[in-house]
Write a protein of this length. Structure first.
Length: 448
């Protein structure tokens, strides 16, 4: 009898320890769900939270989700994604600052655990940083540090939206004088390298367009930051160009940024523009070389490149712009006013709303009025035609209104007096054809 009791006791003990060994959480044994009763508990709560989540019953989902999160951290990748969504919903459902901050900390913990059990640290750290910046603007310094860490781990795995955030926070820090100009330039150079790599690796047009938009925004942030000067920018872009001097995309990126920051008069701009024109002569490459010589105020050298741009360009809108630029350059170079007007009119034939070309023609009339006649009175009538053009300019392009109004005010002061008009047998409002090469029909106006 005693032996039988001992046998039963031993058997129960073995059964108890066997069951205990089989009941183990996934967080303890490294499996997805654990073992024994604990695996059943994990699977039940996984299924439960997923059903609540689908029904958007987020408060109920959180309870079951927490059990899976703490007990079976390898159970599901979606569990981490869903957890962030759940706690963002909780944040939006309360105005309690302390509670909101606690929920933000929980989201940070979710990201930390996801990295621990799933790896891919650079991408997940980026998501953690962007969420922290968006959920609590005051913690931008922590977000910045997470992004720096992500870039240091594997820069090419940092998503483009993270690089955009990195530059935005860098700008904030620079404006607050928390980082200096050198660091801002360094952050920009790093961001450019990463985004250009992503652009080259994009496998479809949608991804390529997305990466290009982010790259453009990175450049825009930097060019408007105040840190972007020719002195700081040229060394960065020279290194970029020297690393890949035959790549057309790199060349165009360098030229566009130099142009944005108004560094067209630098030797680097000339060197890169000439390389582009030699590799792939186009209207755009000719235009960029012309821009260099304009920046140097060497208009005679700029003119042939603009003429090449016009010849090579097939898009009428762009060609109109080149014609308009050329007319302005030729006027600055004091070329024959008849030829300059011809070029300006070609711009207007392609773009009737080109206010700049109207202003160029008006300036020509006013500046070369002495060439239309030997009669002093007739010379003054050129100002009527000039003012007509200035009025047309602001009518087609309201952005030019201030400039046009200034010119109208200036040259209206040169209109003939009432007495002079009367002496020449003319009355206010009468039709008049300006003599000489101008040949414009206008109307008589007297000085007020």
């Amino acid at each position: 009898m005693i032996l039988r009791k001992i046998f039963v006791t031993i058997s129960l003990s073995i059964a108890f320890f066997t069951f205990s060994a089989l009941a183990q959480k996934g967080v303890e044994d490294g499996s997805k769900y654990g073992k024994g009763q604990d695996s059943i508990r994990a699977l039940e709560n996984l299924s439960m939270y997923q059903q609540y989540y689908k029904q958007k019953a987020y408060n109920e989902a959180v309870k079951a989700w927490r059990i899976v999160f703490f007990e079976a951290p390898r159970a599901s990748n979606n569990m981490y994604i869903h957890g962030v969504v759940l706690y963002k919903t909780l944040i939006n459902s309360t105005k309690d600052v302390a509670l909101r901050n606690a929920y933000v900390d929980t989201i940070m913990m979710i990201y930390d655990q996801r990295i621990k059990y799933q790896g891919n640290a650079a991408e997940i750290l980026t998501r953690k940083a962007v969420d922290l910046r968006d959920l609590n603007k005051d913690r931008y310094l922590e977000a910045y540090d997470f992004l720096v860490e992500a870039i240091n781990i594997d820069r090419n795995q940092v998503p483009g939206f993270g690089i955009n955030a990195f530059m935005q926070i860098s700008l904030t820090r620079f404006l607050k004088e928390e980082i200096n100009q050198d660091q801002m330039v360094s952050n920009f150079a790093t961001s450019m390298d990463i985004m250009e790599h992503k652009l080259k690796m994009a496998t479809n047009e949608k991804d390529r367009e997305s990466e290009k938009q982010i790259l453009d925004n990175v450049q825009l942030i930097f060019s408007n930051s105040g840190a972007a000067t020719c002195e700081t920018l040229v060394p960065v872009l020279k290194r970029k160009y020297d690393e890949n001097p035959d790549d057309v995309e790199t060349i165009n990126a360098v030229l566009n940024l130099l142009k944005t920051v108004k560094c067209e008069d630098t030797e680097l701009y000339a060197k890169v523009a000439e390389k582009l024109h030699s590799i792939e002569p186009s209207a755009n490459s000719a235009f960029k070389l012309g821009a260099y010589f304009i920046a140097k105020k060497d208009f005679d050298k700029a003119i042939p490149y603009y003429e090449q741009a016009i010849t090579l360009e097939t898009n009428d809108s762009l060609k109109a712009g080149y014609y308009s630029d050329l007319a302005l350059i030729m006027m600055a170079a004091k070329k024959n006013p008849v030829e300059v007007r011809r070029i300006a009119n070609l711009a207007l034939s392609l773009n009737p709303n080109d206010g700049r070309s109207f202003i160029v023609i008006g300036r020509l009339y006013a500046s070369y009025n002495s060439t239309i006649s030997d009669d002093e009175f007739e010379k003054t009538t050129a100002y009527w035609a000039a003012v007509d053009k200035f009025m047309q300019a602001k009518r087609v392009d309201p952005n030019l209104a201030d400039e046009a109004n200034g010119l109208i005010s200036t040259y209206s002061a040169y209109f003939p007096t009432q007495e002079t008009a009367f002496f020449n047998d003319l009355t206010d409002g009468q039709e008049w054809t300006v003599p000489g090469w101008i040949g414009e029909t206008t109307r008589v106006r007297v000085r007020k």
